[in-house]
Write a protein that binds this ligand. Structure first.
Ligand code: FES
Length: 174
């Protein structure tokens, strides 16, 4: 009897442990839907509010870029309040988004292909002369994309820019 009660207690104890283990297994098993409410949204990896990027540029809120910035259907918007683009509000500053150079050229935003038409080197914006220069062989381009100085002979591709009325976002499109 004494041994029976002991073994029963042990049995119950073991049962308790095993049921707890079962419970945790159950929780793990169903946890994919029930237990992960906190992390239920694997949204950050799949960016649910994903814009139409065509698989080109991600539309994460962190980058400050929304839209397509590569390929032939370029049409994207940059958030000028985003830390990546804040400085672009300053006249004379410039930045790159994929193969595009965006410059605040004396108050007017311009966006052109950053690829020098001579041999493909990335060009820079020069605020002092309000134009673009390729450091490789010295080609220069006006802000309208036309060649100012050879050896390049072909103009840069120019994109349309559209500043929002509040001045906080800039749309660039082909
Ligand atoms: S690659 Fe630009 S000037 Fe030659």
């Amino acid at each position: 009897m004494e041994t029976k009660q002991l073994s029963r207690g042990q049995f119950l104890k073991q049962l308790g442990l095993s049921s707890a283990a079962l419970m945790s297994f159950y929780c793990l098993g169903t946890g994919l839907t029930a237990c992960s409410k906190g992390s239920d949204d694997p949204a950050p990896t799949t960016s649910p509010s994903g814009t139409t990027t065509g698989g080109n540029t991600s539309a994460s809120a962190d980058t400050g870029i929304t839209g397509t910035s590569k390929g032939t259907s370029i049409d994207f918007t940059i958030d000028l309040t985003n830390s990546n683009f804040k400085s672009l509000k300053t006249e004379g500053s410039f930045t790159y988004v994929d193969d595009i150079i965006i410059a605040n050229a004396k108050g007017a935003f311009v966006a052109l292909s950053k690829i020098c038409t001579h041999q493909g080197t990335t060009i820079d914006f020069r605020s002092g002369t309000n134009d673009f220069k390729c450091s490789n062989h010295g080609s220069e381009f006006k802000i309208d994309g036309s060649v100012q100085k050879d050896p390049a002979t072909k103009a840069l591709t120019v994109y349309k820019t559209e500043l929002s009325t509040n001045g906080n976002s800039l749309r660039i499109k082909a």
